[in-house]
Design a protein around this ligand. Structure first.
Ligand code: ANZ
Ligand code: ZN
Length: 830
């Protein structure tokens, strides 16, 4: 009687074995090829669900596969452990953020282990621990030194309920991403990283990343948002002072009938500071417009509102005086915060002009559109030929832009300019659970960086962290009070903490020397192992995390700390697991815990199902009832393999050559084709699902081979042995516990992951070919070799390429084709 398949037993055993033997321990300087396999480190929230598992399982497959390909694999894991949720949970549950974070980490670590997902845990990093955030602070100081960290006043998204600043992308439909409260605008002094200084390089260097998903690169490009245009200096009619605007459509300047400035524009501030009813009205208007918030202001369906400022500007091309308005739809942080409004050719300006009765002057004539201001129902934003534009009349507008820019640059009232949508990275948070920003305010010395040797600036533990709008650290006198590092006088510590995206912008460097207490990372090791060979994570990080990490890497390269411009050579973004049509998430109440499924069917089943569910880059629907299918396959394989392995062990000739029977030959071919298919599917784009389907087919073929039909010769063991061994090896990255166990059953030694990945024999994967006769108008004109099973189209293509057939069909019209696959192609021409 054979042993039954009891996943729990074998899985525990092999998990212990991998740990004891240090299968996943990477040495610093191994000889031979290296492979850095990185999965985005998670935020330690509550327990993981099967949707989270996809990311780690995919990474684990890659790591194990690369091991079998002979690479020294580095596959570390850590925790993105600072952040608002832990703090909010602490406020609710009373547990300290550190305690709840560490508890969550323990649960997640257990879950990863039970999934059979392995890491080099000696390299674990936890971003909320002083030994890590000390170096996040170090990074801040290097940025400060290089002018890449700066403090400036800014309007920020403010959630009154969480009492914190929110990043733009944390504002969803005008509300706080976490609590839903309406977000307001508030002007605050904040710390920024000057990522805008790297805008062009971040754009250009996307070209260095051919193996990143195209959609991620597109999202980054759009986020950076490069625009080529001009800056034009208008003058105020009253004082002659310059009012510069940015435009991408210089060609339309003769149609500029008014100007619009942002409510935050210095001109508005100056005018609003004056006396009288107009100043008061401007104050009221500006305040209300600013309060609407950036996101609402640029939304297409937001009412465009404005107010005449009482000032006029002089158009440098026409000398015409045009009124200056202030309006909500112009943003201060884009371009110059001032726009020349061309209602005939810009829809926003058109809407605004209609509302306030401002003139519309068309200056571009589209193909068959005579310019007709009165009849216009919308702006014409397309290309065309200039009209109403003086000396430029008749020029195609794209040419006009160049001619006008030349003129402007020659006469010095404007210049070509590039504008980016990308904003500086706001890194300060008025919250407790983050890395303190390491600076001191001194009345005598100003802002003084904390010296490196005084790091870390420790986050105090005896803090009341209820949100009030100020950082909780501000109400912790023992934290705030300090000596000025420069003059020794009384100083005050910065009480803001850093955005968690700073923590995660450099963690992949720390894995190389995680316990080093003299420096953030060992540059030599980093330069040896990086860029990361494969990064795996969710597409929700397509923009910020990846952009920030790229920026930090470039800044570190400029500072001489690393030798490469891009941190992640290859990126794979997996799709989401959905359940009942919605993304699996705690808030939707549709999560599935791996724990019960693993207890019932085993980790290999959960892994197999997760990988088989669909192409991993696509979203996929989780169906609990389908998990059993994966289980049945594994149990079936077990029940097939155990007796077969035993019988092979009993036959000393099992490894020798078959008496080349046709059935054995066919099985051998199937084995080699499967090796090729699985290898290519993994190497190609992680098409694990089709790789697994091919393996299931091979298992089926082996099953059939072992059951000879009556009259067929007895099966030779060598072909069966080869098939079984190959199945086990190829399955190993996917279902590692079962593979290890069966490998031993087959008489293998050590870990299956120390075995080389199977190679296919090119001679055996050649598809079988048949020779098909080709007739033209009923006469035999040639014979062509065609792969067995090829479709009609392939037959036709092969037939038409045959030289003699070609000679008989050239210049003639093909009126009919008949294909009998594998037998005949008949062409009728006239
Ligand atoms: C005149 C004009 C005429 C414009 C026309 C467009 C069409 P992109 O392509 O996104 O860079 N603009 C400039 N600064 C702005 C600001 N701070 N807030 C709101 N809008 C602003 O857009 C550039 C165009 O957006 C600029 O070109 C300007 O309007 C507007 F037929 O100038 B344009
Ligand atoms: Zn001082």
């Amino acid at each position: 009687m054979n042993r039954p398949y009891v996943p729990r037993e074998i899985e525990r055993k092999w998990q212990g074995y991998w740990e004891e033997t240090g299968l996943f321990k990477a040495s610093d300087a191994p000889a031979g090829p290296r492979f850095y396999c990185l999965m985005m480190f998670p935020y330690p929230s509550a327990a993981l669900h099967v949707g989270h598992g996809r990311n780690y399982i995919i990474g684990d497959v890659v790591a194990r596969y690369k091991m079998m390909r002979g690479f020294h694999v580095l596959t570390p894991m850590g925790w993105d452990a600072f952040g608002l949720p832990a703090e909010n949970a602490a406020i609710k549950g009373g547990l300290s953020p550190r305690r709840s974070t560490l508890d969550n980490i323990a649960v997640m670590k257990r879950q990863l282990r039970e999934w059979g997902v392995c890491y080099d845990w000696d390299r674990e990093v936890t971003s909320c621990e002083p030994e890590y955030y000390r170096w996040t602070q170090w990074l801040f100081l290097r940025f400060l030194e290089r002018g890449l960290a700066c403090r400036k006043s800014a309007f920020v998204n403010w959630c009154p309920s969480c009492a914190t600043v929110l990043a733009n992308e944390q504002v969803v439909d005008g509300g706080c991403e976490r609590c839903g409260a309406a977000v307001r605008q508030k002007e605050l002094e904040q710390w920024f990283f000057r990522i805008t200084a790297y805008a062009q390089r971040l754009l250009d260097d996307l070209a260095l990343l051919p193996n990143w998903p195209e959609r991620v690169k597109t999202m980054q490009r759009n986020w950076i948002g490069r625009s080529e245009g001009c800056e034009i200096d208008f003058r105020l009619a009253s004082t002659g002072e310059t009012l510069t605007c940015f435009t991408t459509r210089l060609d339309t300047i003769h149609g500029a009938t008014y100007m619009v400035v942002a409510p935050e524009h210095p001109l508005v501030r100056r005018l609003a500071a004056g006396e009288g009813p107009r100043a008061a009205e401007l104050r009221r208007f500006a305040e209300r417009a600013v309060g609407q918030g950036r996101i609402a202001r640029v939304a297409a369906d937001t009412e465009k509102e404005g107010l005449f400022t009482g000032e006029e500007a002089v158009n440098p091309f026409t000398r015409a005086r045009i009124p200056i308005w202030v309006a909500n739809y112009v943003l201060m942080e884009y371009g110059t915060g001032a726009v020349m409004a061309v209602p005939a050719h810009d829809q926003r300006d058109f809407d605004f002009a209609k509302r306030y009765g401002l003139p519309v002057v068309p200056v571009i004539r589209g193909e068959d559109r005579p310019p007709d201001a009165a009849g216009m129902t919308g702006a014409y934003e397309g290309d065309g030929v200039l009209v109403n534009s003086g000396q430029f009349d008749g020029l195609p507008n794209r040419e006009a832009i160049e001619a006008m820019a030349d003129l402007m640059e020659r006469d010095g009232f404007g210049r070509r300019a590039v504008c980016y949508r990308l904003r500086d990275w706001l890194i300060s948070r008025q919250r407790y659970w983050g890395a303190p920003i390491p600076v001191v305010y001194c009345d005598r010395c100003g802002i003084v960086p904390v010296p490196d040797e005084d790091l870390p600036v420790l986050l105090p533990t005896d803090v009341e962290f209820l949100p009030t709008g100020e950082s909780p650290l501000a109400r912790c006198p023992s934290f705030v009070a300090c000596r000025c590092p420069r003059c020794g006088g009384e100083g005050r510590r910065e009480t803001d903490t850093m955005d968690t995206f700073v923590d995660s912008s450099w963690y992949y460097l720390r894995y190389l020397s995680p316990r080093d207490d003299r420096r953030p990372f060992d540059a030599e090791l980093v330069n040896r192992w990086l860029p990361v060979d494969q990064y795996i994570g969710g597409v929700e990080h397509a923009i910020l995390h990846l952009l920030y990490s790229r920026f930090v890497t470039k800044a570190l390269q400029d500072a001489g700390f690393v030798s490469f411009p891009e941190p992640f050579k290859n990126l794979f973004t997996q799709g989401m697991i959905v359940k009942n049509g919605a993304k699996m998430s705690k808030s939707k109440g549709n999560t599935v815990s791996p724990d019960a499924l693993i207890a019932r069917y085993g980790a290999d089943t959960v892994r197999l199902y997760t990988l088989f569910i669909g192409p991993p880059e696509k979203d996929a629907e989780w169906k609990d009832e389908s998990v059993i299918g994966a289980y049945r396959f594994l149990r079936g394989l077990w029940e097939l393999a155990l007796p077969l392995a035993a019988s092979l062990r009993a036959r000393p000739d099992a490894g020798s050559a078959d008496t080349r029977s046709p059935a054995g030959e066919a099985l051998r071919r199937a084995v080699h084709r499967t090796i090729r298919k699985v290898t290519r599917d993994i190497e190609g784009n992680f098409h694990f699902n089709t790789a697994l389907a091919a393996l299931m087919e091979l298992e089926n073929a082996l099953r059939g081979y072992l059951r000879p039909r009556p009259g067929e010769p007895e099966r030779e063991p060598a072909a069966a042995a080869c098939a079984l061994k190959t199945i086990i090896l190829l399955l190993a990255p996917f279902v590692p516990h079962l593979a290890e166990e069966l490998w031993r059953e087959l008489g293998g030694e050590g870990s299956v992951f120390r075995q080389p990945w199977p190679e296919w024999d090119p001679a055996l994967v050649e598809e079988e070919t048949v020779t098909v006769p080709v007739q033209v108008n009923g006469k035999l004109r040639g014979r062509v070799p065609i792969a067995a099973g090829a479709d009609d189209e392939a037959h036709l293509a092969a037939a038409l390429a045959e030289p003699n057939v070609k000679a008989h069909t050239q210049g003639k019209r093909l009126v009919k084709t008949v294909v009998v696959p594998g037998r005949l192609v008949n062409l009728v021409v006239n």
